[in-house]
Every structure is written in C-alpha cells, then in structure tokens.
Design a protein around this ligand. Structure first.
Ligand code: BGC
Length: 468
C-alpha cells in the first residue's frame, strides 16, 4: 500500500508545468465528451426540420435519432478491438478523424439514407472516444485528482448538450438544420490538432513492455513519484499475470464487471435521456407548450446539468464516490416520484401548481443525476479493472450503457401512450431505489486510491470468495 496522504503532499509540490500538461491532457481528451454531448443533443432541435425536408414519419425520425446510438454500440465494440492494440491516444485520434467525416457527411447528406449513415459514423466516433478518453485521463491522472479530471469528461458532455440546444435555437428561425449539424466539425478539428504532441498513457506503455517509454511520460506528468509509480504499475501487471486472468470470463474479474455494467444500467434505466432528448415534450405535457416557454425550459435543463456537474467536480475526490451516489440516487428517486405524482394531477390545460412541481422536479432530477450517475459510471469503468483487461472490460460496460440508452429512448414515447407518464416515471424511480441497494452492497469506494490498489482490493475479495 502506498501512502495516500504522502501523495497529496506531492501533488501540492507539483510545478506549474506538470499541472499545465495534465490539465491540457484532460481538456483535449474531454473534447471527445463535448462532441458526444453535442452530437447526441443536437438532434432534439433539428429533428422536425429534417422530418419536413425528407418527408419523414415517426419511424423515419426515430431512425435519425437512434442511428447515432446504434453507431455508439458499434463504436464501443471497435474500441474493444483497438484500444489495447493501438493505444489510448491513437484510438482518440482515430475517433477525431471519424468525427470530422461524420459531421461533414451529415450536414451535406443528400437524402435520409445518407444522413442515417453519417449519424451512424458519428455514433462510432462517440463509442470509441467514450471508452478511450476517460481511460486515457484515468491512466495519466494522479490518484488524488483522478475523479475530478475524469468528471471533467462528463462536464464536457453536459456542455456539449447545452451548446447543441442553444445552437439549434440560433439556427431554428429559418429551419437551417444543416448549419445546426455542421457546428460539430469545429471541436472535432480542435480534438485532432490538440492530440498532437500529447503523450501516450504510461500504463499502456507498461502493458506493452515499453518500460522506458512509460518512465519518460511519468517524468513529465508525475516527476516527483516516478519510481513509486513505476513499481506500482509493474506490480499491477505482475499481479495480473500471477492471477492469470487474461480473459474477461475469469471469476476473479466478475465483481468489478458487475459493478461497472450495473452502474451503466442504472445510469440509463433511471431515464435521464427521456429528459435530455424529449424535454420539450415533457414540458409541453405540463402546459408549457407555447413556443419560447418550452425552448427556455429545455435550455434550463441543459444549464442545470452543467452547473450540477461542476458540483460533482468539486466534490468527487473530497467526499468520495459512494456518498455522491447515495445522495444522487435518493434525490433522483424522490424527484422522479414527484414527476409521476404531478403529472397525474396535471390538467393538461392552463399551467397549475402541479405543472410547476413537474418543472422543479425535472430540474432536481437532472441535478441529482449530474452529481452522481452522470460522471461515476464513466470513472469507475476506467478505474476498476487491471490494466491488461481494462480496455475490453470498459468497452463491455459502455456497450451495455449504449444498449440501455437505445432501449429507453426508443420505448419512452410508446410507454407514455401505453401506461402513461405517471407509471413510466414511477418505474424509473423504482430503478433508482434498486440502485441504492446495489451501491450499498456492491460498489467499492475508490477515492484517493491508486488504480493498482483498487484492483488489489477487488482481486483479494474475489479470491476470498472463490475459496469459500
Ligand atoms: C450519459 C448520457 C447522458 C448524459 C447527460 C451521460 O453520462 O451517458 O446518456 O445523455 O450523461 O448529461
């Protein structure tokens, strides 16, 4: 075990050059999050105009929305194949190139088929980078700041969603959906250029037996602890060999896999994207149908998402992951139940007290999500696994997340018709309650621990269980 308090003292001693490099790495990699948020969020305001341009019905429109999610499933699988082979950095560069091609192709698409394919490509880029970016940051960040730096990725997702809402609004007067979509090229170019000159993850170098290269990177990103970090990373890789779990199916990896996959299932099945993608519809049902009221209500969701994620950044390495998960899930259960009750009481006509409760409850729901289930699944998918299987394991967890996202986004409008808004939101609230039980029994606290310490904890527990 290394001395955690000692690490924090070392952090204080960093010179500004080291701090600057780490911040630059986190900012550039997190641009992938901005693109993720932008390209998933942009469709909410563009969809109606695209529908008009290509004469689309409900199914055609759903295809335009979901092609990006389907692409992300494919992208996570591609990540599984390439991330350990070509490395975290080059995977991110590859995704940047695909982002550029996908953004241009979607903006100039001559027909809906071409648009669906272009959106699928964007999804592939999102899927790859959503595995590569958090992992790249996780493996380079010092333990004491890891939570904060990876949450920065989530912050950029929320900023991307907000920028998409505002961007849609700016181009909506003449229905210029092509301009709405082309905006995504700019951050993609910055990502690609920004990655030039950034180092590869030292843990990936170690995995490839390139110890000298790993050392060179550590000298730049963590100069006061090169030797202890090298020893610890080597121990992580040796431990993995002695435990000989090369394949993901090994029982010793199961607890970590259950936690990572479980967190993504809870993230999606508590229904966040019903609000992110369909906020205008929810506010319309609550009586805010008239033009700008619904738009401002939607933008307000984007703003609250960003602000609360800033709160997560401030707290995650201080209070830890589990207290945030408890607070977030409990708050989500209550606010989802409030949405369910208030929608039962809403008359659908003029705005009543119940409708105002719906708005406040939606805001509260988004805020509680943002301080907990927003960043933590991305963080834990990257920090729970031994380096040898980290790429594949994180890809599996995110594939499940994307499939959950597809399922919820696809079933939401149907569920509203079938069982009504109230029962729909009560069922999401029930998932939040189950989530509390899950966190209580299965999720470990990872605050301030090095990646190798986290793995050792898991391996020790799994081995103990296997012996019983
Ligand atoms: C989720 C997305 C969601 C976003 C909202 C992310 O962590 O994976 O599905 O749209 O948060 O901020």
């Amino acid at each position: 075990m290394s001395d955690r308090r000692g690490k924090e003292t070392h952090d204080d001693m960093w010179d500004s050059g080291t701090q600057g490099l780490i911040t630059r790495i986190a900012v550039v990699a997190a641009l992938a999050g901005l693109l993720f948020g932008f390209d998933t969020g942009v469709i909410s305001g563009a969809l109606d105009y695209i529908g008009d341009a290509f004469n689309l019905g409900d199914i055609g429109k759903s295809a335009v929305v979901s092609s990006v999610l389907l692409g992300a499933v494919v992208g996570s699988l591609v990540a599984m194949a390439i991330i350990d082979r070509i490395g975290r950095r080059r995977s991110l560069i590859a995704s940047g190139a695909v982002f550029i091609v996908g953004s241009i192709a979607s903006a100039v698409a001559p027909g809906v088929g071409a648009l669906d394919i272009a959106r699928l490509l964007l999804g592939v880029a999102i899927g790859i980078s959503a595995v590569a970016a958090p992992m790249y940051i996780t493996e380079i960040a010092p333990a004491a700041r890891r939570g904060q730096l990876v949450s920065f990725f989530q912050l950029m997702i929320t900023i991307g969603i907000l920028v998409a809402y505002v961007n849609d609004e700016a181009f909506s007067s003449n229905g210029q959906w092509r301009w709405m979509l082309i905006t995504g090229v700019a951050p993609a170019i910055v990502l690609l250029i920004g990655m030039r000159g950034l180092p590869e993850s030292p843990r990936w170098f170690m995995l490839k037996g390139r110890d000298a290269d790993a050392r060179k990177v550590l000298e730049k990103v963590n100069p006061t602890e090169v030797e202890s970090e090298m020893a610890e990373m080597r121990r992580g890789i040796d431990e993995e060999k002695t435990a000989s779990f090369r394949a993901l199916v090994q029982p010793v990896l199961r607890p970590a896999l259950i936690v990572a996959v479980g967190l993504f299932i809870i993230q999606q099945f508590t229904g966040i994207n019903t609000v992110i993608y369909y906020a205008p519809r929810i506010f319309k049902d609550a009586g805010f149908g008239a033009g700008s009221a619904a738009i401002w209500a939607t933008v307000s969701v984007g703003v609250i998402n960003v602000l609360a994620t800033l709160g997560a950044l401030a707290l995650i390495d201080r209070v830890g992951r589990k207290p945030l998960l408890y607070t977030g899930l409990a708050g989500m259960a209550v606010s989802l139940s409030a949405i369910a009750v208030s929608s039962m009481l809403s008359s659908g006509g003029t705005i009543t007290a119940a409708d105002l409760v719906t708005v406040v409850a939606v805001w509260a729901f988004v805020a509680f999500f943002a301080i907990s289930l927003g960043p933590i699944p991305w963080l834990m998918a990257s920090e729970l696994f031994p380096v040898g299987v980290r790429g594949k394991a994180a890809s599996i967890a995110t594939v499940v997340g994307w499939l959950g996202n597809l399922f919820i986004s696809f079933t939401f409008l149907g569920l509203l018709d079938l069982i009504g808004e109230s029962a729909t939101f009560f069922s999401y609230a029930a998932v939040a309650v189950l989530g509390l039980v899950f966190v209580w029994f299965l999720v470990p606290e990872t605050k301030g621990r090095t990646l190798e310490e986290i793995e050792e904890g898991f391996i020790a527990r799994a081995k103990a269980r296997l012996k019983d």
